[in-house]
Ligand binder design. Structure first.
Ligand SMILES: Cc1cc2nc3c(=O)[nH]c(=O)nc-3n(C[C@H](O)[C@H](O)[C@H](O)COP(=O)(O)O)c2cc1C
Length: 232
């Protein structure tokens, strides 16, 4: 599928009249969505915010327009561009959007736990949930949510051994995509996210921010794990 992002609030994107800036230009957004839908045979989804600011809450109009252009899904992050990532996302707006369109609505914003996912689905009647920041450094959140929604049981965070296994797989996948050197530069911030809250992690932070190859990462993580085992 192709997802067009009309939600990005970043200054460098807005300056270019892209991202959430297009919520102020319905005509151009409409042309873009229609052109994408006409050009491909796969689903096109459209992601947007509740509006530019509190005075311009255009999400219902925007959603209806995208539906009329042939979008297959709508993804709403119910914050305004002006509010960035601050405050709570307003799930009431998701409910309203769902009531005003006939295609599937995906809800985004503040899903941090499996219970949050259940609450959003129940409270707003949306069809799917999207996880953003909670997946950074914790990609197992998707499996946790899936398991919880199916069984009512949250398997919780994986063990440290399992986390390291997942992290190393994540690193290998990044290296497959970007090559070792470039992936390692990108991976530095991911390693910091993955290890947030780990015991005495400040000791290995400088090492993580200087990794240049896969072996460096493996060594840091295994040394850390064995160090903990020795203490225990
Ligand atoms: C670092 C970062 C990058 C993001 N990149 C995208 C993106 O490329 N496309 C998109 O539709 N949303 C993007 N988002 C927005 C998220 O999909 C999501 O709507 C938003 O973070 C709110 O959900 P959350 O509370 O689960 O993080 C990004 C968010 C963050 C923090």
């Amino acid at each position: 599928m192709i997802d067009i992002n009309f939600g990005c609030p970043a200054k460098k994107i807005i300056r270019n009249f892209s991202g959430a800036a297009l919520m102020n230009n319905l005509e151009l957004a409409e042309k873009l969505i229609s052109a994408a839908v006409d050009a491909v045979d796969i689903p096109v989804s459209v992601k947007f915010r509740s509006g530019w600011d509190r005075e311009s809450m255009t999400f219902i109009e925007f959603g209806r327009m995208a539906e009329a252009c042939g979008a297959s899904y709508l993804v709403l992050h119910p914050r305004t561009r002006a509010s960035g990532f601050r405050g709570k996302s307003d799930w009431g707006k998701l409910k309203l959007l769902k009531e005003n369109v006939n295609i599937d609505v995906i809800g985004s914003g503040d899903i941090n736990t499996p219970e949050d996912a259940r609450d959003m689905l129940e409270d707003t009647n949306c069809d799917y949930v999207m996880v953003g920041r909670a997946a950074m450094g914790a990609p197992w959140i998707f499996q946790r949510i899936d398991h919880y929604l199916r069984t009512g049981d949250d398997p919780g965070e994986p063990s440290l051994d399992k986390k390291i296994e997942i992290m190393l797989e994540f690193c290998r996948l990044m290296i497959d995509d970007f090559g070792e050197r470039s992936a390692c530069l990108k991976l530095r911030k991911h390693l910091a996210w993955f290890t947030r809250g780990w015991h005495n992690v400040t000791k290995i932070r400088p090492l993580m921010f200087s990794v240049e190859k896969y072996d460096d990462i493996e060594k840091i993580l295994y040394d850390y794990l064995h160090g903990l085992e020795e203490v225990a």
